[in-house]
Design a protein around this ligand. Sequence first.
Ligand code: NAG
Ligand code: NAG
Ligand code: NAG
Ligand code: NAG
Length: 212
Amino acid sequence: MSRWKWSLVPGSWMQGCAFAGLVTGLSVCNSSSEPVHAEAKESKQDDCGSSSANYSHGKQVYTDYSVTGIPGDGRCLFRAVAHGACIRSGKPVPNESLQRELADELRARVADEFVKRREETEWFIEGDFDSYVSQIRKSHVWGGEPELLMASHVLKMPISVYMNDKDSGGLISIAEYGQEYGKENPIRVLYHGFGHYDALHINSKNDSRSRL
Ligand SMILES: *[C@@H]1O[C@H](CO)[C@@H](O)[C@H](O)[C@H]1NC(C)=O
Ligand SMILES: *[C@@H]1O[C@H](CO)[C@@H](O)[C@H](O)[C@H]1NC(C)=O
Ligand SMILES: *[C@@H]1O[C@H](CO)[C@@H](O)[C@H](O)[C@H]1NC(C)=O
Ligand SMILES: *[C@@H]1O[C@H](CO)[C@@H](O)[C@H](O)[C@H]1NC(C)=O
């Protein structure tokens, strides 16, 4: 039985995102005008310690990471996850059109997963289950937390969501899904707080060693 991790997350970061987007069908995910930083701050020198020995609000702060900008076309969550899944399984980074294809395929499988798990998902879906699922199948409707959870089941991979922490200037993890599929090297996505997700890679000593 999965744990409903997000219900423990303060509501602030999901305000108006997934649910409002789903209900209204508004595509807030298209933030293409948002400046996308390809290479993020690297504030720590390479020393032996972990690159993230800092905590904010009791959470580990990550400062050594890179962000891959994801087009904001309503598919960003699915694109970011599909991108991460390719990398995690050692496949080449998909180009934009393949990323889009994979995102749409993932979206369809996520919708199917809701149906398959109807009994365990219906209670946290807002509104009518069937119309929710048919909304989610539409390519411009953006996904949120329930879709991340279903995506982790579809891919059988852990997915972690990070967000910028203003106090520390680094990233903190705000949600983790699919931990039953492993905890190492999850698919990482960066949530921008207004419905947009980018793909994220966090550099760690472990990573660089275990990657090759
Ligand atoms: C969002 O995308 C739609 C269609 O792709 C476009 O018409 C609209 O201007 C975009 N909105 C923003 C804020 O970029
Ligand atoms: C994107 O990648 C796919 C698969 O590798 C390839 O078939 C396709 O031609 C590529 N498209 C572009 C525009 O490069
Ligand atoms: C930890 O974060 C604080 C600000 O929140 C910063 O002043 C400090 O330099 C950081 N320490 C390290 C080791 O990065
Ligand atoms: C990462 O490093 C920690 C501490 O050095 C170690 O316990 C852990 O097994 C490492 N994980 C991997 C995947 O190498």
